[in-house]
Design a protein around this ligand. Structure first.
Ligand code: ATP
Length: 305
């Protein structure tokens, strides 16, 4: 288990993280979300031992993770960290980068392991291409494969698919997270993307104002978003009579007290997102068809979560 106790950290005068405590069980998938600048990357770096804490401590099992004051080499050997700026060797091939930390004593095993990793990140076709010739998204996939090559106990991922296009992202995400679960690799992901969290995370937490705003399972936080910040992570929402209502919870009905006027319809593929005026405020809801600007409608709230 990873255990973080009362962690406090500041780069300069302003505390970036205050009194942070949480734990992650072995083999669990844990997500850290929060606005840009809320300290997600800083927290991952602290878990990796990149900086010394101002207060608190971090343990993996019985080992305390200590910062550079106590270690010449940053990063415990059982842990790997894939930063937003992936640090690869540009002049050697994809396969050589992935195999860089694998032993040369067993060339056949090294080759088999490299092939397995190329498959996980779907880069078989690029095995013999030099990294400097790759796109940003391809480099990100090489960095992930290299991090899991020696099978760490803990993997820290910072925005792991941020450079990867939508075509590849869905299948890569499934492939990587399935692999990590199968191998029982504890995985901590900092992300802005709800798709990294909803189907894959066992637990998640939200950072805000240097503190943990809330922790829970994705289902708990989705079904009961206690704050607009949490709801906005999951999708389009409205505040009606003080309550947070997702756009897919509002439906048109024949008659109701929520009388609105359509302002605009946004095509979203299998539905339209309709913007309407409700008592001078904009509300958004999902609807199958495009609606004409100026159309008076009645809305009702459905608890379909
Ligand atoms: N090396 C550094 N020195 C000083 N301040 C820093 C340093 N790195 C980050 N910060 C500051 O710490 C705060 C948290 O940054 P961090 O990168 O951890 O946020 P984040 O939540 O990961 O953001 P994003 O989602 O944009 O990646 C920011 O205000 C940032 O300016």
């Amino acid at each position: 288990m990873l255990q973080v106790n009362n962690l406090t950290f500041q780069y300069k005068k302003q505390p970036i993280l205050k009194d942070i405590s949480f734990s992650v069980k072995t083999g669990e998938h844990f997500s850290i979300i929060g606005e840009s600048g809320s300290g997600k990357s800083t927290l991952l770096k602290l878990l990796y031992g990149t900086y010394d804490l101002n207060e608190g401590n971090i343990f993996w099992k019985d080992n305390e993770i200590l910062g550079p004051k106590h270690n010449l080499i940053i990063g415990p050997e059982y842990m790997k960290y894939v930063a937003q700026e992936f640090d690869l060797m540009p002049f050697i091939t994809v396969a050589e980068n992935i195999g860089a930390y694998l032993s040369n004593f067993y060339p056949e095993e090294k080759q088999a392991r490299t092939n397995e990793l190329l498959e996980v990140v779907e880069l078989q076709a690029y095995a013999h291409i030099k990294v400097k010739e790759l796109s940003g998204g391809q480099k990100q996939r090489v960095a992930i494969a290299r991090a899991i090559a020696k099978q760490p106990e803990v993997l820290l991922l910072d925005e792991p698919f941020s450079h990867i296009d939508n075509f590849k992202k869905q299948s890569l995400r499934r492939s990587l997270f399935k692999y990590l679960k199968e191998k029982k690799i504890t995985c901590i992901v900092a992300t802005h993307d709800k798709d990294d969290v909803l189907s894959f995370s066992d637990h998640m937490m939200v950072l805000h104002d240097a503190k943990i705003m809330i922790k829970g399972t994705p289902q708990q936080l989705y079904k009961n978003p206690e704050d607009k910040l949490i709801a906005s992570f999951f999708g389009e929402f409205n505040v009606i009579n003080g309550g947070i209502i997702y756009a897919n919870q509002l439906k048109i009905v024949d008659t109701s007290n929520l009388k609105a006027v359509v302002k605009k319809s946004y095509y979203k593929g299998y539905y339209y997102l309709i913007e309407a005026d409700l008592d001078g405020n904009n509300v958004f809801f999902e609807h199958k068809k495009v609606l004409k600007k100026g159309l008076p409608i009645c809305l009702s709230i459905y608890n379909n979560l």
